[in-house]
Design a protein around this ligand. Structure first.
Ligand SMILES: *Cc1c(COP(=O)(O)O)cnc(C)c1O
Length: 430
């Protein structure tokens, strides 16, 4: 696509954007009287305007009717989670029986490992990405230890080659191949939180299966960001949170995917709770755990209604916009941010700016991470003070997400203008 660095160009793109009206459905933080440029949807998505009324409805019904509303409210609490399943299944490309919303992400990965990481003396290795999100790494370490293995021996990390930022797919496939007899599980992020690198989930799944290993994914940075086809790709299991690209409120419940071929396998070990027990006999309160068929059979506890109300309001927006339209805009918008950064790279060589997110649009979602090696953290702080909200990680990495649902081309232009001013002031010798 052809890009230009001008406000007119950015505004013309926004005027032609078929998704432009969605921006008005979100609440933007402001500094003084100005709305900020919000590029932190990779950490916490913005609040849809419909959330307040959706949560308010449940608060009102709880106040007025108490326990009665478990079965008789507008959206009965007892089965509320079932309302979330169709839109969530659509977002990740799954059958409805393969998805359920429950718990938080790290908890869900542990629960899924009970069923899907079943190491033996010889086949016990977990192949994963280097520098994964710390919570996931801690899951791998403690799961390995729980099963009596030394994490340093059990976990094999695939890292970028020296001087590179992304992990080469050929290197991942080679490691899987090299550990064909010992690999129990291939566990990757869908997209890496730090670099934004998007992995080819289908190819990693096929490679895992080819050596007799299970393929699991943490989709925290992929769900709601890029189209997924978990069922068709044959992924064994996945988990993700809903408060990043899915805008469902801070710390809200996550969701899991279990492929239907496992959902019917009642021989799989699992940790039971009443919510995963056969619905038709749940209230007989008898001994003997009988898991439900499908992903719902991994539920443990009843689910928080206020959080689910916020999530439903948010998923309704996705159901309307659709992942393929979002992806189409996302590629253009992320490309515009990349173009804008590249102009800064050329204009301010002393700032030593470099993009660490893959340049290939097929290997990234709506995230651009940049290193500003020639500047200090103060540059980021100044950028925030000037009204551009993003995320900072040592050493001087700025992670930005231009989110297609609510970000605009003008946002990207504004970011470029803000950075140009800040970099000009900080230019060496000025
Ligand atoms: C955000 C994130 C988490 C957070 O886990 P919680 O259990 O929701 O606190 C875990 N893993 C990844 C990859 C993430 O991006």
């Amino acid at each position: 696509m052809h890009y230009e660095s001008s406000l007119e160009f950015a505004r013309a793109q926004d005027a032609a954007d078929p998704l432009r009206s969605y921006r008005d459905q979100f609440l933007f933080p402001s500094q003084g009287t100005n709305e900020v440029v919000y590029f932190a949807g990779h950490s916490l998505g913005l609040q849809p305007k419909t959330v307040r009324a959706a949560v308010g409805l449940e608060l009102d019904e709880w106040a007025k009717y108490g326990v009665e509303k478990h079965f008789h409210s507008t959206n009965p609490w007892y089965s509320y989670h079932e309302l979330l399943t169709p839109p969530m299944a659509e977002i990740v490309g799954a059958k409805e029986s393969e998805v359920v919303c429950m718990n938080s992400l790290t908890t869900n990965i542990h629960l899924l490992f009970v069923s899907f990481y079943r190491p033996t003396k010889t086949r016990y290795k977990i192949i994963s990405e280097a520098k994964m999100f710390p919570s996931d790494r801690y899951v791998l370490e403690t799961q390995a230890q729980f099963h009596g293995f030394d994490p340093d021996d059990a976990i094999i990390e695939v890292a970028p080659r020296d001087g590179e930022n992304s992990i080469r797919e050929e290197d991942i496939l080679a490691v899987i191949e090299a550990n064909a007899d010992e690999a129990a599980l291939v566990f990757f992020g869908g997209a890496n939180y730090f670099t934004g690198q998007l992995f080819n989930i289908l190819r990693l799944t096929e490679a895992a299966h080819a050596v007799g290993a299970i393929a699991g994914f943490d989709l925290a940075h992929a769900a709601g960001n890029v189209p997924l086809s978990l069922h068709e790709w044959g992924v064994d299991f996945a988990a993700w949170c809903s408060y990043k690209y899915l805008n469902s409120s801070p710390g809200n419940i996550g969701a899991i995917f279990v492929h239907e071929r496992h959902g019917r396998n009642f021989e799989l070990p699992r940790l039971g709770g009443w919510w995963g027990h056969n619905k038709s006999t749940r209230f007989q309160m008898k001994n003997g755990f009988q898991p439900m068929e499908g992903a719902e059979g991994w539920q443990v506890s009843c689910v928080p209604i206020l959080g689910m109300a916020a999530m439903k309001a948010s998923l309704d927006v996705f159901a309307e916009a659709g992942m393929s339209a979002l992806r189409e805009k996302s590629e253009k918008l992320t490309g515009y941010l990349e173009y804008t950064v590249d102009r800064l790279v050329n204009e301010f060589p002393d700032a030593e700016i470099s993009v660490i997110t893959p340049r290939d649009p097929d290997q990234r979602g709506c995230q651009i991470s940049i290193v500003i090696a020639g500047r200090e953290r103060k540059l980021f702080d100044d950028m925030v003070s000037a009204g551009v909200i993003a995320d900072f990680r040592e050493p001087c990495v700025i992670r930005m997400a231009p989110v297609p649902l609510y970000n605009s081309f003008e946002d990207v232009f504004t970011f470029g203008a803000v950075m140009r001013d800040l970099l000009a002031v900080g230019r060496k010798g000025v």
